[in-house]
Every structure is written in structure tokens, then in C-alpha cells.
Design a protein around this ligand. Sequence first.
Ligand code: NAI
Length: 330
Amino acid sequence: MKVAVFGTQFYEREYFNKYNIDLKHELVFFEESLNADSADLAKGFTAVCVFVTDKIDKNCIEKLAKLDVKLIDLRSAGYNNVDIESAKANNIKVLRVPAYSPQAVAEHAVALIMTLNRKTHKAYNQVHENNFSLQNLMGFNLYGKTIGVVGTGKIGRAFCSIMLGFGCKIIAFDIKENEQMKQSGVHFKTFDELLSESDIISIHCPLNEATNHLFDRKVFDKIKKGTMIINTSRGTIINAEDAIEALKSEKIGYLGIDVYENESDIFFKDRSQSVIKDDVFGRLSSFNNVLITPHQAFYTQEAVTEIAKITIKNFTDFEDNRVLENEVKI
Ligand code: NAI
């Protein structure tokens, strides 16, 4: 099958070509993101393969349908950037990689917590400057702290088991409570209880209408003073401007984010020679208790291998008219 791979990252060609056994599929890699303006590049392709930076809205989908594209295959778990209803209306299938390595993302969430808490990033720089003072490096024990987990799906569960190992008390909120997790020691609570009781809140729910700006001014008013907030899910779940106000009032004591509302204009490119024009991002990154990573939580050897294998399998399932086990349905 002929596939246009959009938003290609530097590491992806190697992995995709490796698992495209016998060159079964003709993969053409584009660095451009897919959106309504670039959709014409998909002319002559049966499928488009897209990443989190691509914006496949109604306009884009209607253009793809006119070009006779039959498949949108996401090489990500989240699918908030694709208008699923429009795809269905235009008879275009949408596939994704629902699980490739929940541990990769969960472990990165823990890395954000540990860095913010024990300030290893600051110590690293200090020691390079021959500054061996302990001033400003004090952290806190995770043992005995209350961790609030919002969304206890695959990543949330992996995160809970790591934090249980630290000796933390885990409380969780999900629209569907998980019996097995209750038995492992996770206590399900209402969202408001989670907000008022947690020392650290880690977000692992998907971005959808209900979670869009779920963490806003009203929510930040309900958290304990000094709470650490971690978001490795999707940027728009946190209202960034409200988070800035909560950081200024010290309601948020630490913020660790791997995702940012307007990240598609910033992340996944070396912009070290450019001026960042996003003032909200600029203000956020100016706080010394804010740690931002560039949507790298998934980026481990194991996860990238799985993404490539499952994405290629999705192409083959579609081409060979097999059951589409990774189809996004509404
Ligand atoms: P999942 O589908 O296994 O779990 C999501 C959980 O959130 C489910 O238990 C669901 O019931 C719950 N949920 C849905 N709506 C909710 C709400 N309003 N409030 C509370 N809980 C709610 O998904 P998985 O694999 O755990 O991934 C979670 C998210 O992580 C993805 O949607 C994606 O946005 C993000 N992600 C981020 C990556 C990164 O590199 N930073 C990589 C992979 C995923």
C-alpha cells in the first residue's frame, strides 16, 4: 500500500523501514505536518500516517476524501487531533497504536516528579560550576505522600504501581473505577476529594470535551497550597494561563509538563536559533519550579519499536481486509 508518512521525525525512517518487511508498503516520508493546507501532498496515496503534531480537522479530511485517501493511521495512542466523525462521514478508517509502552510514559512522569523534587537538574549545573553548596537543593520524601492519579487506564495503572513501590498513598479518579487496582491498594475518590487531598497530582486521562481545560482556575483553587502537578497526557487538559496565576499565588508548588497547549508550534524542532513568540510558554518556562520536556515521555527504544511494528501491522490489516483491531470508533 502507498502511504504518505507526515510529520516525520528524524528517528522514524530507520524504525519504519526496519519493520516494513520485504518492503510490503511503499512509504514516502514528508517532514511537513498534515493539515488542511498540506493535504494535497497526499495525492496518489491510499493512506496517510500521522503524528500528534498533525491537525486532521474536517477541512483536511474533506480534502483527503477528494484525493481518495481511505485510511488515516495514527502513530500515537491519543487521537484528539483527528475529527473522527468527519472521517466516518467520509468513509475514511482511522487506526492508532492504542498501547505501545505505557511504562515509557509512566516512568517519564516519575522522572519529572523526581527532578522537580530532588532538583537533580540544578545540582548537575551547580557541580559543573564547582558549586557544591546544598543551598536550594532540599527535597522531600515521596514515602508516605498522597499521589492523586487522574485517569487509571494503561499509563495511569503503570504509574500507580511505580508510586506504590515508593510507599506512597495512591488516590485516583476515573470515570470508570478499576476493581483490580482497588485490590492493589489504590483508593478511588471523587475528583474534588482528589484535588483537596493530594500532594502530587499526575494527569493520565485522554483529551476530550470533558477534559479540555479540566485543570483551570477553579480546580487550582481547590488543591492544597504547594501541590505538584504533572501532565504527561495532553497540553490542553491544563489551562496554561490559569496555571501561571496558580504558580504566582504558590497554589501550584511545582509543575512538570511534557505537553503544552500550543506545543505544535514549538515542539519537535530545534528552535535554538529562533525567537519563541508564545508569551504564555515564555512565562511558564521562566518559573524555577516548572520543568518542561518536549513531548518525549513516549520516547524510549522499546516504545518506538512497538509504534513502528504496530503501525506497519495496521497498514497490512487494512490492505488485506483483516479485522481492524486498532480502529478508533465512535
Ligand atoms: P487509556 O485509554 O488506557 O486510559 C485513559 C483512562 O482515562 C481510562 O481509564 C478512562 O476511563 C479515563 N478517563 C477518560 N475520561 C476521563 C475523565 N474525564 N476523567 C478521568 N478519567 C478519565 O489511555 P492511556 O494509554 O493510559 O493514555 C492516556 C493518555 O496519555 C493518552 O490519551 C494520551 O493523550 C497520553 N499519552 C501521552 C504520551 C506522551 O508521550 N506524553 C504518549 C502516550 C499517551
